[in-house]
Design a protein around this ligand. Structure first.
Ligand SMILES: NC(=O)c1ccc[n+]([C@@H]2O[C@H](COP(=O)([O-])OP(=O)(O)OC[C@H]3O[C@@H](n4cnc5c(N)ncnc54)[C@H](OP(=O)(O)O)[C@@H]3O)[C@@H](O)[C@H]2O)c1
Length: 265
């Protein structure tokens, strides 16, 4: 198949690309660094010609619902228009488990994205996943102030981005569902602050971790654990501690030396 991966250099995108290449697909990566700004549409003309499936794993880093809505609306609108023009047979969008009714922060953008995909003319599947195991590093990267990292109270069931990538490819290879596929969640319930503490201990980083309740519906959804989803989800197998010991974990380095983590929501 010819598969376009929008956001193919990101935390999950790189796993989608690796999985697709390993199975012999012809992969096109659409990112700004590769000359395609999907928010403005620059560089998109002709990029989907001959493409069988688009997998959208783009993202924006912002706590603002307005900005998230704007980003996901623009990117999804551009991808769907270009996909319809090019006759793309399957649009696969990655969304987040448990976000129904939480029209706030990053989730406001994801809900807008889901609505556009569902209302579009390109045959589609929406795959929701829980937070990635990588989420601990993604959050800590943005909430570290000197010797302290402030972490939202969050009860999660995190899943490896590697397993999400493999699942997205499996979905793209199959027939469009015309709605949501079964949710994908991780193997265990975890508390985000504990994950960050374990990651710092593993990486030898001496930094305090303060857990606080984040405000607004977004913060509340993390604290109540509604984003863990239900018992009927598909379950990944890789645990956080296995992931820490794997090459997928990029060690956190002291801030003065910089970090190598991708920054994401
Ligand atoms: N992180 C989680 O725990 C989690 C859990 C479940 C679902 N999700 C969803 O998974 C998706 C991917 O998240 P992630 O954490 O993998 O994101 P990420 O690491 O921040 O990667 C984002 C990707 O999008 C690309 N991108 C950003 N703006 C773009 C633009 N204007 N045009 C083209 N490409 C653009 C980036 O490349 P350039 O910067 O080069 O453009 C990068 O490849 C998001 O939609 C998120 O909602 C995330």
């Amino acid at each position: 198949m010819r598969i376009a991966v929008a956001g193919g250099t990101g935390t999950v995108g790189r796993h989608v690309v690796a999985a697709a290449e390993a199975r012999g697909h012809d992969v096109t990566v659409l990112t700004r660094r590769n000359g395609h700004d999907l928010e403005t549409g620059a560089g998109l003309a002709g990029a989907l010609d001959g493409i069988d499936a688009v997998i959208d794993v783009t993202s924006v880093v912002s706590l603002s619902g307005r900005r998230a809505r704007e980003f996901f609306t623009n990117v999804t609108g551009n991808l769907l228009r270009a996909g319809a023009d090019a006759g793309v047979g399957h649009h696969v969008a990655l969304s987040i488990v448990g976000i129904d009714g939480i029209d706030d922060g990053h989730y406001a953008g994801k809900l807008a994205q889901e609505r556009l995909v569902e209302g579009g003319t390109v045959p589609h599947t929406i795959q929701r996943a829980t937070q990635f195991l990588e989420f601990a590093a993604q959050v800590a990267e943005q909430t570290t102030f000197g010797p302290l990292t402030v972490i939202p109270k969050a009860l999660m069931r995190p899943v490896a981005a590697r397993e999400v990538g493999a699942r997205l490819l499996e979905v793209a290879e199959g027939e469009p569902v015309g709605g949501r596929a079964r949710d994908l969640a991780g193997p265990r319930d975890e508390r985000l602050a504990d994950l960050v503490r374990r990651m710092y201990a593993f990486d030898g980083v001496r930094r305090g971790v303060l857990e606080v309740r984040f405000p607004r519906p977004f913060g509340k959804s993390l604290a109540t654990g509604v984003v863990r989803g239900g018992d009927d989800a598909l379950r990944g197998r890789i645990t956080f501690d296995e992931w820490l010991r794997s090459p997928d974990h990029v060690p956190v380095r002291p801030r003065r030396e910089g970090t190598r983590h991708a920054v994401a929501p």
